[in-house]
Ligand binder design. Structure first.
Ligand code: CP
Ligand code: NVA
Length: 316
């Protein structure tokens, strides 16, 4: 069987994404009912390579692998020979002789593509400069839980329109029927070369955050300065602040009470969002973070043991 990678959700159909979300919900139910350790991936080892810092992704993927019976190994890229110039294509061929899956967080998405091209085992994107597909799965699982549906739900993203988390949110959202609006400064609008014409043409884009949040079910934001963009910090903060901050004043313009506020975390309080909003009753950021665990399990099973639901008697 040909191996399957998860580099971007562009490569996954609407049905596959929905199946991953259903599996995630089932895995969460099982875990909450005490079935924490499922042992379905016993004997397998999973490699994680990190070129950048991570809290949620590293922890959730590690625990997900462990609770499914696999052995997770985390490598910091500066402890690998990559730091001394070993080519990605060699690392791919070596690690795939030992491990059953390789996951990586990289600066350049092209490195992930090279890793996948040369690896004989599935490769998973743990965040690149362009995409963060695992984050989107947790995001849509959370929206499904909180709003009961995804189709027709209005999601307004305020902030950096070129953000990796947003690119994946757009791709998955369009596939799932969400109504996405992005409010960004002119120089940071969503980009066709990142999300693709077929997705970009199905979202609303504006420079006006007040107009954009009107009647939204979900308000989403992410940092103004992503990892790897540190040199642009001054210019970015100047472009985004104060207009594109998610704060109580902006949220008054939603015009309804039942909206939720989402953020992939870590949040830079005082920049893209205020402490007050992160801590408010509308904020679901910690449920969203928890769902990184359940969705990572669904991905691991999908790539390493797709027939797992057979053992439950019937499909969820
Ligand atoms: N949301 C997310 O990916 O967080 P980390 O950078 O902590 O992994
Ligand atoms: N856009 C952020 C997401 C962190 C999870 C970054 O790439 O730094």
């Amino acid at each position: 069987m040909k191996k399957r990678d998860l580099l971007t959700l562009r490569d996954f159909s609407r049905e596959e994404i929905l199946a991953l979300l259903q599996d995630s919900i089932l895995l969460k139910k099982l875990r909450n009912a005490g079935a924490k350790y499922l042992n379905l991936l016993s004997g397998k080892t999973v490699a994680m390579i990190f070129e950048k810092p991570s809290t949620r992704t590293r922890a959730s993927f590690t625990v997900a692998a462990y609770e499914l019976g696999a052995f997770p190994v985390s490598y910091s890229s500066n402890e690998l020979q990559l730091a001394r110039g070993e080519p990605v294509k060699d690392v791919a061929r070596v690690l795939s002789r030992y491990h059953d899956l390789i996951a990586a967080r990289v600066y350049r998405h092209e490195d992930l593509e090279e890793l996948a091209r040369y690896s004989s085992v599935p490769v998973v994107n743990l965040l690149s400069d362009k995409y963060h597909p695992l984050q989107s799965l947790a995001d849509y699982m959370t929206i499904l839980e909180k709003k009961g549906k995804i189709d027709g739900v209005k999601i307004t993203f305020v902030g950096d329109g070129t953000d990796n988390v947003l690119n994946s949110l757009i791709i998955a959202g369009v596939k799932l029927g969400a109504k996405i609006t992005v409010a960004s400064p002119r120089d940071y609008m969503p980009r066709e070369d990142l999300v693709g014409k077929e997705y970009l043409s199905k979202i609303q884009v504006t420079e006006d955050p007040y107009e954009a949040v009107k009647d939204a079910d979900v308000i989403y934001t992410d940092v103004f300065v992503s990892m790897g963009q540190e040199k642009e910090k001054e210019a970015r903060l100047k472009a985004f602040l104060p207009r594109y901050q998610v704060n109580s004043e902006l949220l008054k313009h939603v015009g309804r009470e039942d909206f939720i506020v989402m953020h992939c975390l870590p949040a830079h309080r005082g920049e893209e969002i205020t402490d007050e909003v992160v801590e408010s009753k509308n904020s679901v950021v910690f449920d969203q973070a928890e769902n990184r665990l359940h969705t990572s399990k669904a991905v691991l099973l999908h790539l390493l043991y797709p027939e797992w639901t057979k053992y439950l008697g019937k499909q969820p």
